[in-house]
Design a protein around this ligand. Structure first.
Ligand code: UDP
Length: 240
């Protein structure tokens, strides 16, 4: 299946994608820009699931490093992802995109719980579904949440929007000779410890043959461009 023939995708954005130029938190103008990216992609006829991280607000590892109980800190991180999900829902609805948030930690005053069949129905009705709180368990990340939801929602691919336009053999911000891969295998990513997503997320995608498309979300219109098969990205799949 080529990128241009995807029908349903899961888009994973890190919490930092909502931060703008700041060091912390949610920048409404940046969230609006991200929402416009999602709308442009949706307007091409795609069904879109979204998973947003929480690193712009709180990361469990950072809390644990400062002496907090890891599991407790991870729950705080999961709550951070719910805040980001609500911010994104608001921005999408301002653009006229119907959106539902489903959280892996039940919070019925603010959003729905994760119910797969219900999410499926939302997608069929043209709603964007934002999955919040990752997998709902500590010691995981939203990358794993993204892989899990991509599998259960039968998404054609997991698109990971980051600050670089793909996967390189070295850090392109530090090494001017770094080379971008056009495609590579899950096994290579795991063996070479390439920073695509964490290992459990990559393994889950491998076991369910879900391609991971890594691209830059920084340039305007890039998500739609990549989805049309024209943009710059790295696809991780079974073969090297
Ligand atoms: N988290 C968790 N379980 C999950 C998803 C997230 O415990 O299934 C916590 C974890 O502490 C993580 C934080 O939520 O550090 C924020 O998520 P993540 O670090 O994945 O956000 P991103 O780096 O994508 O912004």
């Amino acid at each position: 299946m080529t990128i241009a023939s995807y029908r349903r995708i899961l888009l994973k954005l890190s919490g930092e994608a909502l931060m703008g130029d700041g060091q912390y938190g949610i920048d409404p103008a940046t969230v609006s820009r991200m929402a416009a990216e999602v709308k442009a992609a949706k307007d091409t006829g795609l069904e879109i699931c979204l998973v947003i991280g929480g690193g712009n607000i709180f990361r469990g590892m950072a809390g644990a490093a400062k002496g907090m109980d890891r599991a407790q800190a991870d729950y705080m991180g999961m709550l951070a992802t719910v805040m980001n999900a609500l911010a994104m829902q608001s921005a999408l609805e301002q653009l006229g995109v119907p959106t539902r948030v489903q959280s892996a930690i039940e919070m019925d005053k603010v959003c729905e719980p994760v119910i797969r069949r219900r999410a499926q129905r939302h997608l069929e009705k043209g709603r964007v579904v934002i999955f919040a709180a990752g997998v709902g368990a500590p010691y995981f990340t939203t990358d794993s949440g993204a892989a899990l939801r991509a599998a259960e929602m039968k998404c054609d691919a997991l698109l990971k929007g980051t600050s670089v336009d793909g996967v390189y053999n070295a850090d392109p911000k530090l090494d001017p000779n770094a080379v971008r891969y056009e495609t590579l295998s899950y096994d290579r990513v795991l063996q070479d410890n390439l920073k695509v997503m964490d290992a459990s997320a990559v393994a889950l995608c491998r076991d369910n043959s879900i391609p991971i498309v890594v691209f830059s979300i920084r340039e305007q219109g890039n998500l739609a461009r990549v989805l049309s098969g024209e943009g710059t990205a790295t696809t991780v799949h079974q073969k090297d």
